[in-house]
Design a protein around this ligand. Sequence first.
Ligand code: PHE
Ligand code: CO
Length: 290
Amino acid sequence: MSAGAISRAAPPAGASQDWTIDQAWDRYDSGEHAVWTTLYERQKALLPGRACEPFLNGLDALNLHRGGIPDFRRINAELSRLTGWTVVAVPGLVPDAVFFEHLANRRFPSGRFIRDGAKLDYLQEPDIFHDVFGHVPMLTDPVFADYMQAYGQGGLRALDFGRLHNLARLYWYTVEFGLMESAQGLRIYGAGIVSSRAESIFALDSDSPNRLGFTLERVMRTPYRIDDFQQTYFVIPSLDALLGATLQDFRPIYERLAKAPDIPIATVLESDGVFTRGTQAYALAGGAAP
Ligand code: PHE
Ligand code: CO
């Protein structure tokens, strides 16, 4: 789940003040459970050697494959024991401040609905497979768990400073589409990648995208694609390095960003650490991911 457009709106009918709803796990039908199982098995087979160890370990620790769509009560028993995080159900995109407030309190807002089984790869807004399979395993890692909480606190500050568009890029290029170095090569930790079959392959194997070393201000100056595979991925050396880079006060950074131009999406700078200089062949041909 990510933050949506409307701010200061009242929660929809049936939702609590904090926009949460009951997951109502008993109301999923067998077709919906089957969609989960199909998606789960597809990604589970694809991700060893592609996803990072903390993700794969988290996936195993949470037992997300028992009996279709996971019951949040069961996930939360284990997740809260590991890192103090819980998953809460929300009706769809929630206002920015509501989203950040949840993260700052170690609650991850997840959609309750699951995508249509006839369109397994097509998603207009994040569903429970993206939110739970993609995001929740990383929340079992203590360092990533702290990063997400700090991000929530930082989101509330960014709103005050009027720099949310810059901070949102940090979320996008780390939490959603981040790559990480490992002794065995690049690995995925971003939820938007691990929950997508096609992008799990494209992000690591394609010659098309750039893969560049992560630096905070550079990332905050780089726009992103919401409609197709990314044209640039940013690589962190470790989760500790990511958390370390964000522990500083962002106020001076926001002041600099107010005067710094955006960097075009596919540009490689002189100052970038380059893992791959992409051909951009995919994007130049018009893209259109499945
Ligand atoms: N340190 C950031 C600030 O001062 C908060 C933050 C932490 C933002 C981690 C993102 C990730 O606003
Ligand atoms: Co997401």
